[in-house]
Design a protein. Structure first.
Length: 361
């Protein structure tokens, strides 16, 4: 799937999104850890992140490994409570005394590894039926079985009677992930947090799972957070895109705008790094390829200025001194001094030409 060309079979995203369901407001997540010398350090996995999930909309959270994507999903699901900031459900803050069962009835997490997330010693009947019985007490055995068969039909494991008494060990990776999705749907959630749900599947079946998620949000009005490092699949399925680097949101906006006209240098780096034999190698691409060899910023290290400065081919003096906020650029927001209204001549030249004056021949 090419990043540069829109897939003609991609889902139509013309429908307007509904109201906000789940929101991370200024969320930071800090863990205790140790550095290479054994000293205690604080690991800032998320830094003042704002992400809004709206009914019937898919938001793609994109970034390389270690950028904080999965930590944010676990903050949304209350697995890792925010160190600072808050999670809001229908505009109401979720506190420490929140009853978990009603919350999880509305917010469900789909895990990355379908081989580890399902109990291989239990049948599909037990895995799905147990969720139905916990969240809908009082159902008869026949009603639970009917609901389980309905869920299998919903995720296209048909005929459902052929799957209900099978065990995960007899299923393919794609079939296991469909069971995981069915388990999440068993409680009729309002939000699905899909943490790289296709990364461990064969390429040939990834598109089927993406299309299933799109069908779920259209038919059931579910808000979906799709977490991925693959910007091409993010473009295929999502309405909005949020790009994370070193625990920070560095760019947000409508998916087509972000991919077609990336503002932040890191977003451009992700797009340039995506495999695409049809892309012509120009001077800007070569500059990014050289830059991409650097290591991501250490989440345990405090950095003066922009956290992307060490890898950025457009770094300016200001970038090493001041941390940029999310600046508005038409339909997008970018955490980059290039788009400050008071940008200097160097920034103007970079914006106009895509090249740093000091690197021109």
């Amino acid at each position: 799937m090419s990043v540069d060309q829109a897939d003609p079979a991609a889902p139509d995203r013309t429908d307007a999104a509904g109201p906000s369901v789940l929101r991370a407001e200024n969320v930071s997540v800090v863990f205790d850890g140790k550095d290479n010398s054994g000293r205690k350090v604080e690991i800032h996995a998320c830094r003042e992140v704002d992400v809004d999930l709206r009914r019937g909309e898919i938001v793609a959270l994109v970034g390389e490994s270690g950028s904080g994507k999965s930590t944010l999903a676990r903050a949304f699901s209350l697995v890792h409570p925010p160190t600072a900031g808050q999670i809001l459900l229908d505009g109401e803050p979720i506190g420490g005394r929140t009853r978990r069962r009603p919350f999880y009835k509305r917010v469900q997490l789909i895990y990355q590894d379908p081989f580890a997330s399902l109990n291989s010693l239990k049948s599909i009947r037990h895995i799905l039926g147990r969720v139905v019985k916990i969240h809908t007490p009082g159902l008869s055995r026949r009603a639970v079985e009917a609901r389980t068969l309905e869920l299998l039909e919903l995720v296209s494991l048909t005929p459902a009677e052929d799957y209900i008494d099978r065990f995960p060990s007899s299923l393919s990776g794609g079939q296991r992930q469909r069971v995981s999705i069915a388990r999440a749907l068993a409680v009729d959630p309002d939000v699905l947090l899909a943490d790289e749900p296709t990364s461990m599947l064969d390429v040939s079946i990834r598109l089927d799972v993406l299309n299933l998620l799109d069908e779920i949000r259209r038919e059931r009005g579910v808000a979906i957070l799709y977490i991925t490092h693959d910007i091409a699949s993010a473009r295929y399925i999502s309405d909005r895109m949020a790009v994370m680097y070193s625990g920070e949101l560095v760019e947000t906006g409508p998916t087509e705008d972000v991919v077609a006209h990336p503002k932040h240098p890191y977003t451009r780096l992700l797009i340039e790094s995506a495999p695409d034999p049809s892309r012509r190698r120009d001077s800007a691409s070569a500059e990014f390829e050289e830059t991409s060899l650097g290591e991501p910023a250490d989440p345990a290290q405090e950095i003066a200025g922009c956290r992307f400065q060490a890898r950025c081919p457009f770094v300016m003096a200001r970038c090493r001194q001041e941390a940029p906020p999310l600046l508005t650029t038409a339909t997008q927001h970018a955490r980059c001094w290039l788009f400050d209204d008071d940008a200097d001549d160097t920034a103007d030249t970079i914006r106009a030409t895509g090249a740093h004056p000091s690197k021109e021949s």
